[in-house]
Write a protein that binds this ligand. Sequence first.
Ligand SMILES: [Zn+2]
Length: 430
Amino acid sequence: MSATTILTGRVLSFARSPFDGDPAAAARTDEAVAVAGGHIVARGALEDLRAAYPGAERRDYGDKVICAGFIDPHVHYPQTAMIASWGKRLIDWLNSYTFPEEMKFADPAYAAKIAARYLDLTAAAGTTTMCSFCTIHPESVAAFFAEAQTRGQRVVAGKTCMDRNAPEGLRDTAQSAYDDSKALLTRWHGVDRISYAITPRFSPTSTPEQLEAMGALWAEHPDCLMQTHLSEQTDEIAWVKSLFPEARDYLDTYEEFGLLGANGLYGHAIHLEPRERDRLREVGAALIHCPTSNTFIGSGLFDMAGLMAEGQRIGLATDTGGGSSFSMLRTMAAAYEIGQLRGAPLHPAQLLWLATAGSAGALGLADRIGNVAPGMEADLVVLDLASTPAIAQRAAEAETLWEAVFPTIMMGDDRAVAEVWIGGKVWRGA
Ligand SMILES: [Zn+2]
């Protein structure tokens, strides 16, 4: 039997979604959590855990919060080195900044370098799992998975497929996208903590033939996730309608080709038509809210309250590097601000749930990650609620746990991340 470690602090877990009923009452706190063999084996009173695991090591985090590691279900790791590029909206931003950078991932050494850099930056920010778009180059996927595998990290990723409206050097074909995606899926899906996601970038950069090929591949591997983008900007939606004149709406360009399903992840989903909302809910697809990206690229205000009320599945993501931060704390803050602009502020419990259990649910991984409970994989973040003088002086006045957590959500960054556990081990860098 492997060694057990007992962590003490304010262990925060969710008993249910804080979007169902009183948000503040959705969570529980415990004194201690026991970790062994990469999994959480128990949580509860320190005295009880000591009695159950008499030889266990102890790691005391004082009054810090111990919660599930953050889960970021929509990122582009290849955009790490071009995050915060100035002054463009979606289509110009892709052409001016994104595509030239993605071109570099034909070089496996460059892909490996950026994959390691990205995973270092996100671990420092408390993110333990992400779902990433790669580039059209199979090497970019292999580099990311190899680096995550070395770190024992649970990740999802896929080869981005584009066969039109992208520059020479960043286009595949319907057939090569199918063949390369299938080869990567066969090689990596289910290996250690790695999952493959079928990844058409978005319908403007795929021909109907390519979308059909991706739909065929998904039908052959329905347990895989499928990730793409949907209704991010109004110009983009108009472009989609001109490219697919027969389609009822943007979502229909996916639905038509078998790319709508419960294992589908649809990034942004801001300007949805009523039929799209109905269909997404009916199939139980996941919408991924990317608030720092939506403000940074000027896309619009996601309707969190309305979509949650109608029963949509929703995750929260950075959309690095359209998003302007690697930090899920900053991303929660931006989600709060967008909620305010729509007249529906999110409770801190809802923000933290979205960044952990909610996003795990969007990835279909809620039985493994995203919460602190026996049987779950031991991916944890330890948060210091007094990481800067400005945050500390506010938290000191707090009368409840949520009042103490909220300043760290709004004002915190990687300095608030005191420690990260990945797969049952303290992460100390590569
Ligand atoms: Zn994206």
